[in-house]
Design a protein around this ligand. Structure first.
Ligand SMILES: Cc1ncc(COP(=O)(O)OP(=O)(O)O)c(N)n1
Ligand SMILES: Cc1nc(C(=O)O)sc1CCOP(=O)(O)O
Ligand SMILES: [Mg+2]
Length: 213
C-alpha cells in the first residue's frame, strides 16, 4: 500500500433492514461522521421488492456523500437499481457476464477467500477489486477460509488491483490489515454493533486507518 493511499473503509449493510426510509436517514448520519469509500447493500434474506425499495432509498444518500454504492450477489439487480457496482461471490456468476451487463463504468468485486489463484483469475477476467477473508471470527457469516495477513502483502506487491479484507474486522484489529497492505477493510458488525453506535464506529475506524502505520 502506498503512503498516499491509506486503507479505506468499505461499509457493508447490516444483515437486515426493516424500513428503507429510516435506514436512509441513519446512513446519511453515518456517512456524515467520517470517510466511507464504498457501501455494499447485502440483505441475504430480503425479497427482491424490498431490496429494490432499500436500494432506491439509499442510492441518493450514497451519491450525496460520494460513496460508491455496491450491490451484493446480482449484476442484473445492480443494473436495475443503477448501483455503482456489484460484488460477486464464487457462485454469483462470472465477471465477464457482469461486465457485459454493467459496462466499464461500473465496479465488479470478487470474493477470493484465501486464494491467490482465485484472485489472479478474477484479475485476469477484469475484476476491479478482489476480496480476501475471513480474517477474524465473524458474527455475520461463518466461513471455512482463514487467510494469513501476508496474502494482502503479496497481492499488493504483485498487482495494481486493489484488495479488500473482510471478516470480523473491528476498530481494534483493522490496523494490522492496513499495515499488511489491504486497500480497503470491509466491515459490517464492527460498525453496526459498535457499542457507542455506528457514527462513533466510523470515526474510530477512520482514526485507526489514517494514523501513521
Ligand atoms: C467485500 C466483500 N467480500 C466478500 C463478500 C462475500 O461474498 P460471497 O462469497 O458471495 O458471500 P455473500 O456475501 O453473498 O454471503 C462480500 N459480500 N463482500
Ligand atoms: C459477507 C462476508 N464475507 C466474508 C468472506 O470471508 O468472504 S466474511 C463476511 C461477513 C462480514 O461481516 P462482519 O464484518 O460482521 O464480519
Ligand atoms: Mg454472494
Amino acid at each position: 500500500m502506498s503512503e498516499i493511499d491509506p486503507c479505506q473503509l468499505y461499509l457493508l449493510s447490516p444483515p437486515q433492514i426493516e424500513s428503507a426510509e429510516d435506514f436512509a436517514v441513519t446512513l446519511d448520519s453515518v456517512f456524515s461522521s467520517g470517510d466511507v469509500a464504498c457501501f455494499q447493500l447485502r440483505l441475504k434474506e430480503a425479497s427482491e421488492d424490498h431490496l429494490i425499495q432499500v436500494a432506491n432509498a439509499i442510492r441518493p444518500v450514497c451519491i450525496s456523500h460520494d460513496v460508491a454504492f455496491i450491490l451484493n450477489d446480482s449484476a442484473e439487480l445492480a443494473k436495475q437499481v443503477d448501483a455503482d457496482g456489484v460484488h460477486l461471490g464464487q457462485s454469483d456468476g462470472s465477471v465477464e457476464e457482469a461486465r457485459t451487463l454493467l459496462g466499464y463504468d461500473k465496479s465488479i468485486g470478487v470474493t477470493c477467500h484465501d486464494s491467490r489463484h482465485l484472485a489472479f483469475e478474477a484479475g485476469d477476467k477484469g475484476a476491479d477489486y478482489v476480496a480476501f477473508g475471513t480474517f477474524f471470527d465473524s458474527p455475520t457469516k461463518a466461513s471455512d477460509y482463514r487467510p494469513e495477513l501476508d496474502i494482502l502483502t503479496g497481492w499488493d506487491e504483485a498487482t495494481e488491483i486493489p484488495s479488500v479484507a473482510i471478516g470480523g474486522i473491528t476498530v481494534d484489529n483493522c490496523q494490522q490489515l492496513a499495515k499488511a497492505g489491504a486497500h480497503f477493510v470491509a466491515v459490517s458488525s464492527g460498525v453496526w454493533s459498535y457499542p457507542e453506535g455506528p457514527e462513533a464506529a466510523v470515526k474510530a475506524f477512520n482514526a485507526q486507518l489514517k494514523a501513521d502505520l
